[in-house]
Design a protein around this ligand. Structure first.
Ligand code: GTP
Ligand code: MG
Length: 194
């Protein structure tokens, strides 16, 4: 897949904002705050388009990036940011829930990003259960794998493989070494993101 153009096409702040026209489907990036969603988007588009921060809670809106004038990458705000106010958490829940309910029909694949250093957290479990309930196709990307020793990497990969079963693809990934990036691009291509 060659990405020729990337445009921030639409930003959604509240459930009242109107989603962009569907085009040829969308690929979604979801995960805990600070897990690396915006970083991954920048890597696969080869552009510095999504804002990245050392501090959690950077992306606060749903950002639709139009790729090759054809399909979207959707960057969601991160969940599970402990210091967020109750109001902010509720706002997050509402816009994300609304997004999946309104748009699931146009979603080609959801990438669930999980920090590869930790075992599954409650919030991640909720998202996985919810995606299964909505019968949405998803793959799990284990991020920040560069921070693990080889033995830990093997252990965490096994742990997540067992947890997910055969039905869902698991991709260990690092923004530093770029491990896993070709697999992610291939998946997008296979599902029609050209
Ligand atoms: P929110 O927008 O707050 O939900 O966060 P996000 O999931 O978009 O995370 P973001 O891409 O902003 O990255 C958070 C921090 O993690 C930044 O400091 C990144 O440089 C760092 N980071 C992202 N991916 C990796 C990775 O694979 N390895 C390492 N070592 N650091 C990473
Ligand atoms: Mg972000």
């Amino acid at each position: 897949m060659k990405i020729n153009s990337v445009k921030l096409f639409k930003t959604i702040y509240t459930p009242k904002d109107i989603f962009p026209e569907p085009r040829a489907g969308e690929f979604v990036f979801v995960g805990r705050s600070n897990v690396g969603k915006s970083t991954l988007l920048n890597i696969i588009t080869n552009q510095n388009i999504a804002r990245v921060s050392k501090k959690p809670g950077k992306t606060r809106s749903i950002n639709f990036y139009l790729i090759n004038n054809k399909f979207y990458f959707v960057d969601l705000p991160g969940y599970g940011y402990a210091k967020a106010s109750a109001i902010e958490k509720e706002r997050w829940r509402r816009i994300i829930e609304n997004y999946f309910e309104v748009r699931s029909w146009n979603i080609k694949l959801v990438f669930v990003l999980i920090d590869g250093r930790h075992e599954l957290q409650k919030n991640d479990q909720l998202i996985l259960d919810w995606l299964k309930e909505l019968e949405l196709p998803f793959s799990v990307i284990l991020t920040k794998i560069d921070k693990l020793k080889m033995s830990e990497k093997v252990r965490m990969t096994r742990y997540y493989k067992k947890l997910l079963g055969d039905k869902y693809i698991l991709i260990p990934y690092s923004a530093i070494t770029k491990e896993g990036v070709p697999n992610i691009l291939r998946l997008i291509e296979q599902l029609g993101g050209e």
